[in-house]
Design a protein around this ligand. Structure first.
Ligand SMILES: [Zn+2]
Length: 152
């Protein structure tokens, strides 16, 4: 279903995209927000172009997230038509750090997907990015370097 990017080592996150996600995360408190990251990938670098917010369909949205599968399909189609990729997804940790939780790790089954996590621990926003690796026996999320960028 996903056409995930190949292996990358860096995620470029334009400020305007970061601000949109942070606004969404704060509006969703005390629940997690989630959505899709659409952009490009080349030369080991993924570049976010926009965030596509999803409803959080998880049973317990305060501690987990589940992206609307219909949104995934629609975003995938629209991205392809625009020459872009669904790079992966983002979600927030309403009171925790920008680190994958045990549940996140257990759910990182789709290799190649970029995971962007926004931690709001203590009310301060911090982002961290990872990529699910399919080359391990256990699911794993490899840290990516994160470059904040002004939109060109
Ligand atoms: Zn999480």
């Amino acid at each position: 279903m996903w056409s995930a990017p190949g292996e990358v080592s860096r995620l470029v996150l334009p400020r305007i995209v970061a601000e949109a996600i942070e606004g969404e995360a704060r509006a969703a408190l005390p629940r997690e927000c989630c959505g899709l990251l659409v952009g490009t990938a080349a030369g080991g670098e993924a570049s976010a172009v926009r965030a596509v917010p999803s409803r959080n369909l998880a049973d317990d949205p305060a501690t987990r997230f589940e992206i609307d599968p219909a949104l995934r399909l629609a975003a995938q189609r629209e991205a392809r038509e625009a020459g872009l990729l669904v790079l992966g997804h983002y979600h927030s940790h309403p009171a925790g750090p920008a680190r994958p939780s045990a549940r996140d790790l257990a759910g990182a089954l789709e290799g190649g997907l970029v995971w962007l996590i926004l931690g709001l621990e203590g009310g301060r926003a911090s982002f961290a990015a990872f990529q699910a690796r399919r080359d391990r026996r256990e699911p794993s999320l490899a840290p990516l370097s994160l470059l904040a960028a002004e939109r060109p």
